[in-house]
Design a protein around this ligand. Structure first.
Ligand code: GAF
Length: 387
């Protein structure tokens, strides 16, 4: 994110509120390389940050007032009282920033109000975590301005609480941790049980490869029922198997576990996805750490098949991206994020990128789908102060 963008956001803040902001912060969207729907099962994930960010210009207030404005919504400034913030009382975009204020205060942090102006380049509804970027940028700004001393993973936990309780979306911890903790040039290997992390160098350009994001333009939302149903099904599976979370089912014991689930066909499929997906994350980490980057391609493809056939959260557009990219020479491809629309990722040799992009665009046109948005994803920095 450039100095010019930070300057423009600060300038708009000054026009809106009549004084300069105390600072400007940025938090990125993410793509998940592998490890899907494992985070609320205490499992492994491996996201990296996009260059696209939510940017917030913020000043402290001490009078209990929270004023919010977004360049992307273009409406008037919304004025709220921090003492009145209540879970699930707000169905608009302001629930994300005000939910973070609520979560900080509920955790005992003295946040006495703020003026906020936001602008984001993270595509919304594209499975690229625009909501988490919004939450984390606010959390980081308030952490700095009110000297709360919280670490990235602590901010991520509070943001997840804001989204679960205040917004009412039963998401896991991956997206908030990615926004808060990712580092440029790396993918984040995260154990969602204890939030222990390892930064894995992930510089595809240096090896002559590229990772494309294909936004299918099919919008999705986690507050809608299907995400929650999958989560409930996983929790049922863990309960039937007598474990705290599906993370505790060893890959080596999967067949026996599935047998014990008897005729619970749907739960069996969900369990099989989660247990095999955790194993795929570990395989990808091992391949990247041994320098065998191209070999992760088939693992991504396995992950997509599992999400499509066992977890059943793909859609025709996502499947078309994956099938077309692979037929045009991609090393690997899969849907990324929560599913039911959103984006797919494609791992490819640099020289194959134009042909793959063209094939995907032509396949979408031939199928009568809305044209996809294709861009290259370079692993970028996590949340930070930019001014
Ligand atoms: C969404 C959720 F917000 C994440 O917590 C995660 O569960 C993901 O879907 C699926 O891996 O992005």
């Amino acid at each position: 994110m450039s100095e010019a963008v930070a300057g423009a956001v600060a300038e708009r803040f000054t026009q809106l509120y009549g004084s300069e902001p105390e600072g400007v912060w940025a938090a990125p969207g993410r793509v998940n390389l592998i490890g899907e729907h494992t985070d609320y099962n205490d499992g492994f994930v491996m996201p990296f940050a996009l260059p696209h960010t939510a940017v917030a210009a913020v000043s402290r207030r001490e009078d209990g007032v929270l004023r919010l404005h977004s360049a992307d919504i273009g409406a008037d400034v919304v004025e709220l009282r921090v003492a009145d913030l209540a879970p699930q009382s707000d169905r608009s975009w302001t629930a994300y920033p005000s939910g973070v204020v609520w979560a900080l205060r509920e955790a005992g942090h003295e946040v006495t109000g703020a003026d906020v102006h936001l602008a984001s380049t993270v595509p919304s509804g594209a499975g690229l975590s625009s909501s988490a970027a919004l939450e984390v940028v606010i959390a980081l700004a308030l952490n700095d301005l009110f000297s709360l001393g919280l670490r990235g993973w602590q901010l991520a936990r509070l943001c997840q609480r804001a989204e679960n309780v205040y917004v009412g979306a039963p998401v896991g911890i991956m997206d908030q941790t990615a926004a808060a903790c990712c580092e440029a040039g790396h993918a984040l290997f995260l154990d969602t049980r204890d939030l222990s992390q390892r930064q894995i160098p992930f510089d595809l350009a240096a090896e002559g490869m590229r990772l494309l994001v294909v936004d299918t333009q099919v919008k999705h939302s986690h507050s809608e029922g299907e995400y929650g149903k999958r989560r409930a099904g996983c929790e049922k599976g863990a309960a039937l198997l007598g474990v705290d979370a599906l993370r505790d089912v060893p890959y080596a014991d999967l067949d026996a576990a599935l047998e014990r689930l008897g005729d619970e066909e749907e739960v069996r499929r969900l369990v099989r996805h989660v247990v095999t997906e955790d194993e795929r994350v570990e395989r990808v980490v091992a391949l990247l750490e041994s320098g065998d980057t191209r070999a992760i391609g088939p693992v991504l493809v396995e992950g997509h098949a599992s999400l499509r056939d066992d977890f059943r959260i793909s859609c025709p557009e996502l499947d078309l991206v994956v099938d077309t990219a692979l037929a045009s020479g991609a090393l690997g491809a899969r849907m990324t994020g929560g599913g039911f629309g959103g984006s797919a990722i494609v791992l490819a040799e640099e020289s194959d990128v134009p042909a793959i992009t063209k094939s995907v665009e032509e396949a979408f046109a031939a199928a009568g789908f809305t044209a996809p948005r294709v861009f290259e994803a370079v692993p970028s920095a996590g949340a930070r102060r930019v001014r």
